[in-house]
Design a protein around this ligand. Structure first.
Ligand code: BTN
Length: 330
């Protein structure tokens, strides 16, 4: 059962700009009018801006900056993305919660978000630094009706969504380093971790973990990572409003995903390449058998890397060590 306070916020949030009378609030919530008035004062103390006018009633003018399920939902105009939100102040990893909820039949588009993670997970079993209120640490549950071998496309799609939302909110065009690191000025600002539960020919669910470093200052970052890692604040001097930023992310995610389901991957591929780090430039490649320099040509529809060799042939690479930052280091 939801608390009276949350029910009150929901009622006010739903009516957006319209006033609701103290009388109807007290009837809906089955509490006295003086209890309504007390709750309003508590909300104001917590940073909600509420206008109360005699004979008209109450309306919310603004939510506090702090993130919560309510602030994230207020004014959110999506059909499914972020319509269910679980917000935690502190958690081990939002990925773990997402897997539990997905197994428990959570809806497509459910978002789990935390202010801080104790054991943030990165790709390849690495740790992911997730300090309190220094970034967006979230996981989204998807239930796509695509065959499991196409799931890597969802990661590439997510990378384009992050690039779009960062570009829109900061006016700085980020780059995507294959397969899915977001860079600004060559330093990593965000990463994506995709985990999937599937049977041979059917996806049960996909959990996409998104970590965006928004507010780290230089002194927050480990010394040995300062030349590789950055935040939106450090690299663009922009202090994002987390609620607005996330709402923009949810909206762009939903429209990009719908377009992908309707029209396939080709538009996403082009968009990815338009943000691609070093596309059209030489990169150094090392596989078990050889080391060579080739031109980064783009990505294939299955997410593989395409390179153009000096004899003009296009080669598809699934696993190779790439040195992105120096041309001839091998
Ligand atoms: C990477 O290695 O680049 C991927 C990083 C993904 C981090 C995010 S933060 C939210 C979600 N929960 C986690 O534990 N990891 C992902």
């Amino acid at each position: 059962m939801e608390s009276t306070r949350n029910q009150l916020i929901n009622l006010l949030a739903k009516s957006q700009d319209k006033y609701i009378s103290g009388q109807s609030l007290s009837e809906e919530l089955k509490i006295s009018r003086s209890a309504v008035w007390k709750h309003m004062n508590e909300l104001k103390k917590d940073g909600y801006i509420i206008e109360g006018l005699p004979r008209k009633g109450y309306r919310i003018i603004d939510f506090p900056d702090k993130m919560s399920e309510n602030t994230l939902k207020w004014g959110l105009d999506t059909k499914w993305m972020g319509q269910e939100i679980i917000h935690k102040n502190l958690t081990s990893s939002t990925q773990t919660i997402a897997h539990e909820l997905a197994r428990d039949n959570a809806k497509h588009g459910t978002v789990i978000i935390a202010d801080e993670q104790i054991k943030g997970k990165g790709r390849m079993n690495r740790d992911w630094l997730s300090a309190k209120n220094k970034g967006v640490w979230m996981s989204v549950i998807l239930k796509p009706s695509i065959p499991p071998h196409l799931a890597p496309q969802l990661t590439l799609l997510t990378a384009t969504v992050l690039a779009d939302v960062i570009y829109k909110s900061t006016n700085i065009k980020p780059q995507i380093k294959w397969p899915n690191d977001l860079l600004i000025n060559g330093k990593k600002v965000a990463g994506i971790l995709t985990e999937m539960q599937a049977e041979q020919d059917q996806i049960q669910y996909v959990v996409i973990g998104i970590g965006i470093n928004t507010l780290y200052e230089l002194h927050d970052l480990p010394k040995d990572l300062r030349n590789k890692m950055t935040s939106i604040k450090l690299s663009t001097d922009t202090v994002l409003d987390s609620n607005k930023f996330l709402q923009a992310l949810f909206t762009i995610f939903e429209s990009t995903y719908s377009e992908y389901i309707d029209k396939g991957f080709s538009e996403i591929k082009l968009k990815w390449e338009s943000y691609g780090f070093k596309v059209g430039k030489p990169i150094s490649i090392k596989t078990l058998k050889r080391s060579w320099t080739a031109i980064f040509h783009g990505i294939a529809t299955d997410g593989a890397l395409l390179v153009k060799n000096s004899d003009g042939t296009i080669e598809k690479l699934y696993s190779a060590e790439i040195n992105w930052f120096e041309e001839r280091s091998y």
